[in-house]
Design a protein around this ligand. Structure first.
Ligand SMILES: C[S@@+](CC[C@H](N)C(=O)[O-])C[C@H]1O[C@@H](n2cnc3c(N)ncnc32)[C@H](O)[C@@H]1O
Length: 368
């Protein structure tokens, strides 16, 4: 950096990075870089496997984007920006240095093998349009669950409804997002940290709805060590896995519907949800918003993380339109144009902020 001195001319001043900071940056870069490489390679191998299998499967119409699709260089630049922002959030003290999805080499090998074993099953469902296996098999999958829920979302084996599906879910999502999933979820911790600066963590009542295997609940309880939280989901197998992952007395996990929350009116301070709304029919989305508004106390926060919507980042609009053509995502197209700001206003949740982060949008609503 150049600086003017009183005697005229310029003297040079090097930016000094403390050893602690350099160590943190190096650890972060090595950890996230290896994840990026691992999941990108899995994605490439999966696509090659799928192409080979497609020759023996019924032909599928090639997907047609309805707008611009970012090239690989642009996507990589956006992932790197996501990581730079993530690290900046760590350095700003919003949350500690992350430790995303560490697996022992044995566990990694096992999960990778299971992932590749499942690829032909996903390709078969895509080629034959088989996305109702979970609905049709009433003996294995409870018919008490809502009809819209009992589907093979993403052409996933067993939908949301088996231990095998739960064990594979995070790996599959990371292959889809090149390992950047946890960094996108973590963006919700920034407004959360902001809320906790004004409130005593020990008394904050927090629920993560559709918590899955604890992708946000776990990091939230690690980041905020005096906070307790409830993870709520409709999938017992996903909750069972979450129980093993957030083994702390500060967490409890409960099986319930997001559209019928088992909490009293105005009883919660913070509610979060990650990657739920694009999986819901429009009517249920609105019910969930009303429920979140009902259970939050005035001034409480609703932290929303989900896919980008059309127009959020216009260069990605075509890519978003491809997603439901490639995967079984029955409600995604309507999600893309859902007006969540208006839905919030109707139900008593005021939109405060909305930001894109790679392929996700992070919105904060406040109960009025
Ligand atoms: C795409 S996953 C997201 C899971 C998790 N939030 C994450 O960040 O990975 C969607 C989750 O929503 C849950 N889900 C879907 N509809 C639900 C509903 N009506 N009530 C509660 N959970 C629901 C599914 O069981 C699944 O765990």
């Amino acid at each position: 950096m150049a600086q003017e001195n009183p005697a005229g001319g310029f003297k040079s001043r090097k930016a000094v990075v403390s050893p602690g900071r350099l160590m943190r940056q190096t650890r972060y870069a090595l950890h996230q870089g290896s994840r990026l490489a691992l999941y990108t390679l899995h994605g490439q191998a999966m696509r090659r496997m799928t192409q080979r299998m497609e020759k023996d499967l019924p032909p599928v119409a090639p997907p047609v984007p309805s707008g611009p699709v970012p090239d690989q260089r642009r996507m990589l630049a956006d992932i790197i920006k996501l990581y730079a922002d993530d690290l900046a959030n760590v350095e700003a003290g919003h949350y500690p240095l992350p430790n995303d999805g560490r697996m022992s080499p044995r566990e990694l090998m096992r999960t990778s093998q299971t992932f590749f074993k499942d690829v032909p099953e996903v390709a078969r469902r895509r080629a034959t349009g088989a996305h109702q296996e979970v609905f049709e098999d009433e003996a294995q999958f409870s018919s008490a669950l809502p009809r819209y829920y009992r589907q093979n979302f993403h052409f996933q084996t067993d939908g949301w409804l088996s231990e095998d599906s739960a064990r594979l879910y995070d790996f599959q999502v990371d292959v889809l997002f090149s390992g950047a999933t946890a960094a996108m979820r973590r963006r919700a911790l920034v407004p959360f940290a902001d809320f906790l600066r004004k409130h005593d963590q020990r008394h904050v009542r927090y629920v993560d709805i559709a918590c899955g295997t604890s992708g946000l609940l776990g990091p939230a309880l690690t980041a905020f060590p005096r906070l307790s939280g409830v993870g709520l989901d409709l999938s017992e197998p996903y909750l069972n896995l979450a129980r093993t992952r957030v083994a702390t007395h500060r967490a409890s996990l409960t099986n319930a519907k997001a559209e019928a929350l088992p909490f009293a009116d105005s009883s919660l301070d913070v509610v979060s949800s990650v990657f739920l709304f694009h999986e819901l029919p429009p009517r249920i989305r609105k019910q969930v918003f009303s429920e979140v508004a009902r259970v939050l106390r005035p001034g409480g926060y609703f932290l929303f993380v989900d896919s980008l919507q059309t127009g959020d980042v216009p260069d990605y609009d075509g890519l978003l339109s491809l997603f439901p053509q490639l995967f079984h995502e029955p409600y995604y197209t309507s999600y893309l144009t859902e007006d969540f700001s208006a839905m919030g206003a109707e139900t008593g949740l005021q939109l405060k902020t909305v930001d894109p982060a790679f392929v996700s949008r992070i919105a904060t609503f406040e109960k009025i």
